[in-house]
Design a binder for this molecule. Structure first.
Ligand code: SAH
Length: 357
């Protein structure tokens, strides 16, 4: 509580978490990560050289253009329905949407634009890039009828994860506690064995399993929409194919990895996306999972090399930059292999280039 004469500045999140933990006990990692990222994104534009991290659409216009091309292709394959909506989850600066919409327009596809975005700071930047976009806090308010063309880049990895840790007394939730003034991980009191897949029940002490109920919930809703309304989705994120042991939680600030517990709300917290679970959720809702492939392979299948060449010929003084951007997006030792893309098509929708036969 603020006493008379004290500052009216709102407390930083670290102070709020410390008070909460002292008063009521440790908090779950899910709560810690959810609140930290909400605070982090609400107050800043973290993207680009001057920010904390750089994303694919900010590296090159080719990323968004090839996504636009993919969407136009499935739309044409599916009989060019008159009314479709472009939906982007966590559109950042709106760069991907702007580039994708420009590419789609060349094929006669001009969908209404919907952004699912939580950050007021980023909404301002997005409105400059894509005037007229409609806003949603989550997927529940998206239009209920027409097909949806859904895109997300580095959206799922920002949603909170839950971790379980195996202790001598069985599985426990991994929580955040206090040691003096510092946040530390601690195993919770309640037995959590039932929340761990059977194969993992007898794992070695210290084993950590990470899941994301929030990612699963988004996928369930998104797949339900594609199933009912038709359309397609492309979801890009760094991640792996199946559930693996270990924590993938990381924090980035000023392009450097930092301790995820050091400054809640002041660094970007992410975790690897586990695409296998997401694909099974989509399939359980009768959506066609076209595949999950490495970003580099997908971009090459969509023609990024030809596009790099064409742009270089049109602007020879940019050829070197274009080549470097292409390499950053495609090469396995850069973003090409760790980042994956998952493709989905809904009821009555066909095609989907770049996922193999
Ligand atoms: N797609 C963009 C930005 C990635 S950063 C790009 O590739 O550049 C993550 C984005 O997701 C930001 O726009 C952030 O504000 C948004 N976001 C994160 N968590 C969210 C949540 N729970 N609900 C809505 N938007 C969220």
């Amino acid at each position: 509580m603020n006493g008379a004469g004290s500052s009216t500045e709102p407390d930083d999140l670290g102070t709020i978490f410390r008070r909460l933990i002292r008063n009521t006990g440790p908090i779950s990692l899910t709560q810690y990560m959810g609140e930290s990222n909400t605070r982090y994104y609400a107050s800043r534009d973290p993207l680009g050289q001057g920010g904390d991290f750089v994303t694919a659409p900010e590296i090159s216009q080719m990323f968004g253009e090839l996504i636009g091309l993919w969407l136009a292709d499935v739309w044409i394959n599916s009989g060019k329905p008159d009314y479709v909506h472009y939906v982007e989850l966590g559109p950042g600066r709106g760069t991907l949407a702007k580039d994708a919409l420009r590419a789609m327009k060349r094929y006669g596809l001009e969908p209404e634009v919907h952004f699912v975005e939580g950050s007021s700071a980023l909404k301002e930047v997005q409105q400059e890039a894509v005037p007229g976009a409609r806003y949603h806090d989550d997927l529940s308010t998206l239009p209920p009828d027409d097909p949806l063309l859904i895109v997300g880049n580095e959206f799922l990895d920002a949603l909170p994860v839950r971790q379980m840790v195996k202790t001598a007394d069985g599985w426990r939730e991994r929580e955040i506690a206090l040691q003096e003034d510092a946040f530390v991980f601690a195993a919770g009191n309640r037995p959590m064995d039932a929340a761990v897949p059977e194969d993992w029940r007898d794992a070695e002490d210290g084993t950590i399993l990470e899941t994301s109920p929030a990612q699963a919930a988004v996928m369930y809703e998104l797949a339900g929409r594609l199933s009912d309304q038709g359309g397609a989705a492309l979801l890009f994120d760094y991640g792996h194919a199946e559930l693996q042991a270990g924590s993938t939680l990381q924090a980035v600030r000023g392009h450097q990895k930092v301790d995820p517990l050091a400054m809640p709300g002041e660094a970007d917290l992410t975790a690897l996306v586990e695409f296998g679970t997401l694909a099974r959720i989509a399939q359980s809702r009768e959506v066609c999972w076209i595949g999950t492939v490495e970003q580099g392979a997908w971009l090459q299948a969509l023609g990024i090399d030809a596009r790099t060449q064409a742009l270089s010929q049109a602007a020879p003084h940019h050829a070197e930059d274009l080549r470097a951007a292409r390499d950053r997006l495609v090469e396995a030792d850069q973003m090409g292999a760790l980042f994956k893309v998952m493709g989905l098509t809904g009821h009555g929708w066909h095609g989907g280039a770049g996922f193999g036969s």
